[in-house]
Structure formats: structure tokens, C-alpha cells
Design a protein around this ligand. Structure first.
Ligand code: ADP
Length: 309
């Protein structure tokens, strides 16, 4: 159990992209999404008003960047510390649907977000002003190596002064220059964190873990205090102290779209854990949120549909 906190500042750090998906009439529909932004969205939906939720990234100075920032603001997510870079644009991805199978195309190589940690002072100010930090392996993967180390150094400072630093490794080998780079930086990410929230299928595929216990052990060896391993319909296992406890998933009859299952679980978990300090109850709450999210289309399900508005 950790002490419950009644109010505070939650900061999520990473890249939000423009999302294009096919509408039923064949037109393209525009949205905004990205793993760390999705988690901020669900944390905002689940935390009371006494908590602020902010997003830290870099955007350009074009109309699409303005629209994205307005969208974030209208969802109650603070944008004051977002850096605006002249001549840059946000990253873009498109969801392709063919015979019911989804595939993704990305245009993010020169997105503004890749420079989110280039101004170390701005990064430090935003982290110092926050009580809870959240980032992912994708955040680390998109940064130039030197900037990833700047970010990790600031997160280690936050951890050292007792802040909660949560990390989802979100392993995406294609975003990394090599598997070796991914393994090294993910381990460094876990060292800078108090709480690591991996997905077991990714960890088994890319770190070769043969059991959930091995995933927990590995991240605890890197220095995380607590590990929450998500495992789809099997539920999530909390590794804390010497204990490993499985919290079952919520049974869902018809899965519509699993996009954002893990991101929404993380947002729900953190929101509940920060308010009540009980990881098992937080995982049960998070499983309910994720179950609702996978019964709807898209990454961002409205708070009304989550029935916590
Ligand atoms: P990720 O999206 O990161 O791969 P998971 O697939 O492990 O993460 O899912 C995250 C959480 O979403 C799970 O811990 C579970 O609570 C919920 N979830 C995912 N798939 C299902 C499912 N088929 N039925 C019920 N809950 C699910």
C-alpha cells in the first residue's frame, strides 16, 4: 500500500499523433492518439477534479498542431508545458482495414515530438512541477539517444525525491535502431521508475521471458519497486515485495477493438492507485475500464461511456 493522495499533478510524457481511419462511408476520419496520450486521457477521466493531468510533448506551429492542442484542452488535459517548434508538424498514422484485419502506416520520422526533450530546462521545469510522471518505451524510442538520457536523468531525480514514476515498456522493435538499443534503454527506463507496467506477450516475444514471474523478476532487478504485468483476458499480475497476485480480467462477450486496452488499463490503474493506495483494488478497477474500452471502437472512449463521468 502506498499513501493515498487527495490532489496532485499528473504529467504524461510522449508523442500524440494525428490518426486517420476509414469511416463507413469510405471517407477518412481524423482523430488524435498515441500511447502516453491515451493513458493521460483515461487518467483524466478517472481522477477527480482536484488532480490536474498534463501532457508533455513538442508540437509544431501549423494548424494541425493547434487543433491537437485544442483537442487536448477540451478533454481537460493541460497543454501549458507543450513546446511549439517553428516549421514542424505532428506525426501521423493511418489505420488500414482489409478483410477485417487492421494494419498501420506511420509518418512520424520527423515529427515535432522527437524533440520533446531537446530543451532540458523546459523538461526539468515540467517534471519538477509534477507529482506523478508517466512515460513509455515509445517515448524513449522516438528520441535521439542523448535526449533519451536527458529525460531519464530527470526521471531519476523525480524518483529520488519520492515521486511516483510509472513506465510502460510498450516494446516496438521497429522504432528502435537495434534490439540491443531497445534492451538497454528499456532497462534504463525501468531503473528510473518506481512502477513498471509491461504487457506479457511483448515481454515474452522481445525479452524471451518464459513466465510472468520472470518478467516481474527482471524489472524488479532493474530497480522498479512494483511491477504490474498485463496479460490480456488472463488478467494482470501485481509483483510487490515478495508477493505476486493475479487480478482477473473482466469477462467480455464481444471484443470490438482492443486498441488502447493496455493504455486505458494503465490510466485507470494509476488514477485508482493514487487515490486509494491499494494496487489490487486499482488493478480490479483498471480491468473494468479496459473491458469497457475494448467493447467500443477507437483508442479514446468518452468518459460518459466509461460511466464514471
Ligand atoms: P496491451 O494492450 O498493452 O497488449 P493487454 O492485451 O494485456 O495489453 O490488455 C490490457 C488489459 O486489458 C488486460 O489486463 C485486461 O484487463 C484487458 N483486456 C485485454 N483483452 C481483454 C479481453 N479479451 N477480455 C477482457 N479483458 C481484456
Amino acid at each position: 500500500m502506498q499513501e493515498a493522495v487527495l490532489s496532485g499533478h499528473f504529467l504524461s510524457i510522449g508523442e500524440c499523433m494525428v490518426e486517420l481511419s476509414q469511416a463507413d462511408d469510405g471517407h477518412l476520419r481524423k482523430g488524435f492518439a498515441g500511447d502516453t496520450f491515451n493513458t493521460a486521457w483515461y487518467a483524466r477521466a478517472c481522477l477527480p477534479e482536484d488532480w490536474s493531468v498534463d501532457y508533455f510533448t513538442a508540437l509544431g506551429d501549423d494548424a494541425m498542431s493547434d487543433e491537437m492542442a485544442t483537442f487536448m484542452g477540451s478533454a481537460g488535459i493541460g497543454t501549458a508545458s507543450i513546446r511549439r517548434l517553428r516549421g514542424k508538424t505532428p506525426g501521423l498514422y493511418m489505420i488500414n482495414l482489409k478483410d477485417g484485419e487492421r494494419s498501420f502506416s506511420y509518418w512520424r520520422d520527423s515529427s515535432a515530438a522527437r524533440q520533446l526533450a531537446a530543451d532540458g530546462d523546459a523538461l526539468r521545469a515540467a517534471i519538477e512541477a509534477s507529482d506523478v510522471l508517466y512515460f513509455s518505451g515509445i517515448t524513449l524510442a522516438i528520441l535521439p539517444r542523448e535526449d533519451a538520457y536527458t529525460l531519464l536523468a530527470e526521471l531519476r531525480r523525480a524518483k529520488a525525491v519520492g515521486k511516483l514514476v510509472a513506465f510502460d515498456p510498450n516494446l516496438r522493435p521497429r522504432l528502435w535502431s537495434s534490439l540491443d538499443a531497445m534492451h538497454t534503454l528499456i532497462a534504463d527506463g525501468a531503473r528510473a521508475s518506481t512502477l513498471v507496467m509491461p504487457s506479457f506477450d511483448d515481454e515474452a516475444a522481445h525479452f524471451g521471458d518464459d513466465s510472468i514471474s520472470s518478467t516481474i523478476r527482471r524489472y524488479r532487478q532493474y530497480g522498479a519497486n512494483m511491477v504490474v504485468v498485463k496479460n490480456g483476458p488472463e488478467g494482470a499480475t501485481i509483483g510487490s515485495g515478495a508477493d505476486e497476485t493475479l487480478v482477473p480480467a473482466v469477462k467480455v462477450n464481444k471484443v470490438v477493438d482492443t486498441t488502447s486496452a493496455g493504455d486505458s488499463f494503465n490510466g485507470g490503474f494509476l488514477a485508482h492507485y493514487l487515490q486509494h493506495g491499494d494496487p489490487l483494488a486499482a488493478a480490479a478497477f483498471a480491468a473494468e475500464i479496459a473491458a469497457k474500452v475494448i467493447q467500443e471502437h477507437g483508442a479514446l472512449v468518452s468518459p460518459k461511456k466509461l460511466k464514471i463521468a
